[in-house]
Design a binder for this molecule. Structure first.
Ligand code: FAD
Length: 347
């Protein structure tokens, strides 16, 4: 009986894990279930494994196990305290060459995007970046199922399914919030295999002097439960003040469309859509947003969408659960006022 390894990169920065890693562990299990028939015929089994690099990060290995990792490869080394491309990709490449995973998933975060390309290049394998769908299926006359990785292409006008049929691991990067969070089970246990980072003296070509975080981009829109978004219909950057008032009443954050970011009305950290963030809130309010495909792909997984637009034919209404035809400058303040009054009546 052979083991077929499906790997997930467990991302962390300064000891804080990125939740996309847990989402990917969930997807890896889903992919494993899709080759159940092959496994039964061959007697092989899939093992969903996590790869974790950093300094003093063992507690994160245990969290990854609780989210579904069935084995963890851990490289704990002072040189990995802060993310730098070279030691990380070198460490991971050595692990891949040793353990030969079949599938390797990485979060399409800022760190993950930087890392995934370097790992794929150094291994000479294929990487499908920014996937929105993953499944196992037959392709290219392969005798066994391969990873079918789907992502928007040509400006979001077509969805391309890409197969890496000649080399392994078949790599894909996936944005946060594209897939649901799996159940955490604190009773799960699994093996942790400790590995070493090579002492290659070329490992540390860059000396890190200081880490300065970009706090401006730090809005955590991907994991917000309530997002109040505004588009070009706001007319100017001042329009965001209205949205901020409503967001603060509802305990939410403000989102936006790409033209507003391009115009410098608000920073990129708030942008939702194909070239911005993918979100999964309980409530998404889209005010003065037309509903272009590139925006819609970012909000498809929202539980409930309220759209406010002057144009009754705006495409956003095709996706919304409640559509309000009207002027956002009248509707948003009224909405905010009523929520405030309702909350005060509960107090
Ligand atoms: P518009 O399309 O101009 O819509 C404004 C809307 O406001 C209109 O429907 C209008 O009826 C309404 N309106 C005006 N005044 C009011 C009012 N007072 N009250 C109520 N409604 C009003 N876009 C994104 O959002 N995210 C992305 O990640 C993204 N990536 C892209 C990637 C590529 C490769 C390309 C080519 C485009 C991308 N875009 C993206 C841009 C996208 O195609 C659209 O241009 C954009 O989403 C439109 O933004 P908008 O809805 O704010 O503006």
């Amino acid at each position: 009986m052979a083991e077929r390894r499906f790997w997930v990169f467990i991302e962390q920065e300064e000891g804080k894990p990125s939740p996309v890693s847990w989402e990917l562990l969930g997807v890896a299990h889903k992919l494993a279930s899709e080759i159940e028939d092959e496994l039964q015929a061959s007697g092989d089994k899939v093992v969903v494994e996590g790869v974790l690099l950093g300094e003093n990060v063992e507690p994160i290995a245990h969290t990854a196990i609780e989210y579904g990792a069935e084995r963890i490869y851990l490289i704990d080394d002072a040189r990995l305290k802060h993310y730098r491309n070279r030691p990380y990709y070198k460490g991971i490449t050595a692990l891949v060459n040793k353990y030969k995973p079949e599938v390797f998933l990485i979060g399409a975060t800022t760190l993950g995007r930087d890392l995934a390309g370097a790992v794929a290049t150094s291994l000479g394998t294929g990487l499908t970046a920014d996937c929105t769908q993953l499944e196992m299926g037959f392709a290219r006359n392969s005798p066994k199922k391969l990873l079918l990785a789907t992502r928007p292409a040509f400006g979001g006008n077509v969805m391309a399914t890409i197969v890496c049929h000649k080399t392994t691991p078949q790599m894909a990067s996936v944005r946060p919030r594209v897939f649901p969070m799996p159940q955490r089970d604190p009773t799960r246990t699994a093996e942790i295999i400790r590995e070493q980072l090579s002492n290659d003296d070329k490992m540390d070509k860059v000396e890190l002097l200081e880490v300065i975080r970009d706090r401006v981009q730090d809005v955590n829109i991907e994991y917000a439960d309530v997002i109040i978004s505004g588009g070009r219909g706001l007319g100017s950057p001042d329009g965001f003040e209205l949205l901020e008032k409503l967001a603060s009443e509802l305990g939410g954050v403000v989102g936006t469309t790409r033209p507003c970011v391009d115009a410098g009305w608000i920073n990129y950290g708030h942008q939702v859509g194909q070239t911005g963030k993918t979100v999964r809130p309980k409530l998404y309010v889209a005010a003065g947003i037309s509903g272009a495909l590139q925006h819609k792909v970012g909000i498809l997984n929202s539980d409930f969408i309220i759209a406010i637009n002057k144009d009754p034919h705006a495409p956003i209404f095709e996706l919304s659960h409640i559509g309000i035809t009207g002027d956002l400058f009248e509707i948003i303040p009224e909405f905010t006022k009523q929520i405030k009054e309702m909350k005060e009546s509960w107090a």
